[in-house]
Write a protein that binds this ligand. Structure first.
Ligand code: NAD
Length: 494
């Protein structure tokens, strides 16, 4: 079923209004067509949203809500998202060229995220801590105030929800800046949040460039926390700004995640996992398993099977039910990926499969790229060190456990890792030794909102999801309250 696009108005502090900033064009890269064009947020729009957010956040109607009362908004938002899976996933596919199956999963995950953080809020306790004097000690949690959420284009509704849900649950106002390639779904989220009755001003969606809208949000003195997901160089820049302001910032950044296949693995299980880990989402995934290490004793056989299985993947239109590898998000991004493949060739790499655009009816107009496997490179090659963010896998042999741990950790990133082996003790040892925020053992790219997620090193800092995800958007305050009724002994006067 075809749905309509939103009218391109922005949600500025609870009011729908035409943006007064630079034009934003959303494209359907799978067909090389335009979805819609509209004006993004200007400096004035952002300042208006901040003023309205400040008033709404400090209004007793929001500020004084009890946790179980605030949670009802999150439950309502969750239900409203779930009720619109079809429309939302259609829009998400049009905006990002993701398959409908993947887009539906992301919408479902957004609904689950709002429900989960409603439940976390209702069941989180403040602390009465052990007293060491004639007083009671409490540790309570307050909202930070205004939170800027800045998200990338690769899983928009899920990453929007991962920030907006805990930040609203914690009692903040949220100013969301989506990526310019994928603004539509965030505007739809605003419509849903409005319909769920959230008080006006608490949520804004401000599409626009990172340089203008993003920077202004991060630098603004009223913004008390930034929650960022995106590239490492952007994250590093934002961390500098946050340091100047002494503002908390969480950074979910890029990755170059190792997948380790030991000779004692279940090979069919490993092949299915490796394929899903790198080629699902057309490789445009921060946790893509983009560096594959295979034990030398099975290297040739395993890689030959993997190449054969890769050639069998169905490349196609995102709305075809059997498509496994869809178009990339944008023709410009495909060009960037092609640049990396050329770099791999320049470094002496050998393309085992892919390395080109697919041809065929329906594919020529889209930003498609064939799943690509490259061998013959050293772990120190740029292609093995830098994030490509596309359907490109490098394969390297290893000799033993120590060898593969050293090679896996010899990289600036530390986001995720996959291990394939039937030896559970070995899996445990390797999982503990790898520097990564998430390790999958005999599976890959599985997610649960209950389980903390984040990266180390160039992959960022801070964790999202899990019960502690709520605390990332709160200030903790300790209160000492005398219960002796007696003056403190130190002060003496005649
Ligand atoms: P990006 O860094 O270019 O942009 C991310 C967001 O930051 C966008 O909204 C962008 O407009 C904004 N931005 C850019 N410059 C800014 C600035 N100076 N000030 C404020 N905001 C600014 O990243 P992208 O290309 O949109 O997304 C791809 C990257 O995101 C990849 O590196 C990927 O690994 C990473 N990512 C990480 C995770 C994770 O959870 N670790 C998840 C998804 C994507």
């Amino acid at each position: 079923m075809t749905h309509s696009f939103p009218n391109g108005h922005l949600f500025v502090g609870g009011e729908w209004q035409a943006g007064t900033g630079a034009e934003i064009v959303s494209v359907f890269a799978a067909e090389g067509t335009e979805n819609m064009a509209f004006k993004g947020a200007s400096r004035e729009d952002v300042l208006t949203a901040i003023d309205r957010a400040k008033a709404a956040q400090s209004d007793p109607a929001w500020r004084d809500l009890k946790p179980h009362e605030r949670a009802t908004y999150l439950y309502r938002i969750s239900e409203a998202i779930a009720a619109e899976v079809d429309r939302l996933s259609w829009l998400q596919s049009r905006d990002t060229s993701k398959t409908r199956t993947e887009a539906r999963a992301l919408v479902a995950s957004a609904a689950a995220t709002f429900r989960y953080f409603g439940a976390v809020l209702e069941t989180s306790d403040d602390l009465m801590t052990a007293s060491r004097g004639d007083y009671q000690t409490y540790s309570v949690h307050d909202p930070i105030g205004l939170v800027a959420a800045i998200t990338p284009w690769n899983s928009p509704i899920a990453s929007d929800a991962q920030k907006a849900a805990p930040a609203l649950a914690a009692g903040n106002a949220v100013l969301l800046k989506p990526a310019s390639w994928s603004p539509i779904i965030s505007l739809e989220l605003a419509r849903i949040i409005e319909q769920a009755g959230l008080p006006k001003g608490l949520f804004s969606v401000l599409p626009g460039s990172g340089r203008d809208v993003g920077n202004l949000l991060v630098e603004h003195p009223e913004i008390g926390k930034v929650s960022f997901t995106g590239g490492t160089s952007t994250g590093r820049h934002l961390a500098h700004v946050a340091a100047e302001k002494l503002m908390p910032i969480s950074l979910e950044l890029g990755g170059k995640s190792p997948t380790i296949v030991f000779e004692d693995c279940d090979e069919d299980q490993a092949i299915a996992g490796v394929l899903f880990g790198i080629f699902s989402s057309t490789g445009q995934s921060c946790i893509a398993g983009s560096r594959l290490f295979v034990q030398r004793s099975i290297f040739d056989r395993f890689v030959a099977k993997l190449v054969q299985a890769t050639k069998a993947l169905k490349i196609g239109h995102p709305f075809d039910a059997d498509t496994q590898v869809s178009s990339m998000v944008h023709a410009d991004h495909r060009e960037a990926v092609e640049g990396y493949v050329q770099q791999a060739l320049d470094e002496g790499g050998e393309i085992l499969t892919g390395g080109a655009r697919p041809e065929g009816v329906g594919l020529d107009d889209g930003a498609y790229y064939r799943p690509t496997i490259i061998a013959g490179l050293d772990n120190s090659a740029r292609t093995c060190r830098e994030e490509i963010f596309g359907p490109v896998l490098v394969v390297l042999p290893f000799d033993d456990e120590d060898d593969v741990i050293a090679m896996s950790n010899d990289n600036d990133y530390g986001l995720a890792c996959g291990i394939w082996s039937r030896d559970h003790r070995k899996c445990w040892r390797v999982a503990r030794a790898i520097r990564a925020g998430t390790v999958w053992v005999n599976t890959y790219k599985q997610f649960s909102i209950t389980t903390p997620f984040g990266g180390d090193g160039a992959s960022g800092m801070g964790r999202e999801k899990g019960r502690a995800g709520l605390r990332a958007y709160q200030r903790q305050k300790s209160i000492y309250e005398d219960h002796s009724g007696a003056p403190l002994g130190w002060a003496r006067w005649p």
